[in-house]
Design a protein around this ligand. Structure first.
Ligand SMILES: [Zn+2]
Length: 257
C-alpha cells in the first residue's frame, strides 16, 4: 500500500516537472511577444574596478543584445518586431553556485538544481516585473584573470550563468556571450567543435554559401567565433556582424522544417 503511494507521489512530481518544462518551452518559443530576459549582475571578485563597473551598469550597456535579436528576427519574418527585451536588475551580493570544471553527469545535474534553487531566491525585486529567462552575469577584473570560466545557459529552468569582464572595451564581447547563453535557454545548441573551438562546417558558419568560403565575414551566434579558415577562428568584438544561422533558427522555432 505505502509503496504504491510513494510511487504515485513520485510519478506526480515527475509529471509536474515535465508539465512545467513543456509550459516553459511554449512560453519561450512562441515568439508572439518580447521574451523578458533579466540580467542579474554580480561582482565575481573583490576588485574595486569590478565593483565600480557593476555599479555603473545601465540598461543601455545591453541594448546591443536587443538590437541583435530585432535585426535577426526581421530576416526570418518573425511576427514580433522585438523578440527579446533585456531588463537590468539590481546587482546581487551572493555568488551563484559554480559548476566545477571536472563535474561529471551527476555533478552537472546537481549543480543545475542548485542554480535553479538559487535563481528562485535571488531574482525577485519588489515593484519589478519578474524575468522569464534569468541570467546571472558574473563580472571579473581582467587584471586578475586572463580567461574567464565557461558560461552556461540551461533550457531546463530558463536560467544561465555568464562570466564576463568588468571592462568597457570588452562590453561588446560580453554581450555576445550573453546572447549565446540566452539562446541555449530557448533551445539552441552549440555549433563549434568542442575539441578545437572552431565553427562547424556548415552549420557554424555565418554564411555557408559565401565564395570563397574563407575567411567568413559573419559569425554564427552558436558557433561564437568567426571562421578565418577551416582550422582558425576568432571571437568577434561585438554582435554587429553576428547572425542567427538556419540551424539555430530551426531549434528556437524561428523557422519550420
Ligand atoms: Zn554554448
Amino acid at each position: 500500500m505505502w509503496k504504491n503511494v510513494r510511487i504515485g507521489v513520485l510519478l506526480l512530481v515527475l509529471a509536474l516537472v515535465a508539465g512545467q518544462q513543456w509550459l516553459d518551452r511554449v512560453a519561450t518559443q512562441s515568439w508572439h511577444h518580447p521574451l523578458w530576459v533579466g540580467i542579474f549582475p554580480v561582482s565575481a571578485d573583490d576588485s574595486a574596478k569590478t565593483r565600480d563597473y557593476v555599479e555603473g551598469l545601465t540598461q543601455k550597456d545591453f541594448a546591443d543584445i536587443e538590437a541583435f535579436f530585432t535585426r535577426e528576427a526581421r530576416r526570418y519574418d518573425l511576427a514580433v518586431t522585438q523578440p527579446v527585451h533585456v531588463e537590468l536588475y539590481p546587482a546581487g551580493r551572493a555568488l551563484p553556485p559554480q559548476l566545477p570544471a571536472d563535474a561529471g553527469f551527476l555533478g552537472r545535474a546537481w549543480w543545475s538544481l542548485k542554480l535553479r534553487f538559487f535563481a528562485a531566491r535571488h531574482t525577485s525585486f519588489p515593484g519589478r516585473a519578474p524575468a522569464t529567462v534569468r541570467l546571472f552575469v558574473l563580472f571579473h577584473d581582467p587584471a586578475d584573470i586572463e580567461r574567464v570560466p565557461d558560461s552556461h545557459g540551461l533550457q531546463k529552468g530558463l536560467v544561465g550563468l555568464v562570466h564576463a569582464f568588468a571592462d568597457p572595451a570588452l562590453a561588446g564581447s560580453n554581450n555576445l556571450v550573453i546572447a549565446h547563453e540566452l539562446l541555449h535557454t530557448v533551445g539552441a545548441s552549440d555549433k563549434y567543435d568542442p575539441a578545437t573551438g572552431n565553427p562547424l562546417d556548415p552549420i557554424g558558419l555565418g554564411d555557408p554559401g559565401q565564395r570563397p568560403l574563407y575567411p567568413q565575414q559573419d559569425t554564427e551566434i552558436m558557433a561564437g567565433r568567426r571562421a578565418l579558415s577551416p582550422a582558425e577562428s576568432e571571437m568577434p568584438r561585438s554582435l554587429r556582424h553576428v547572425v542567427v544561422g538556419p540551424a539555430t533558427a530551426l531549434e528556437i522555432r524561428w523557422s519550420r522544417p
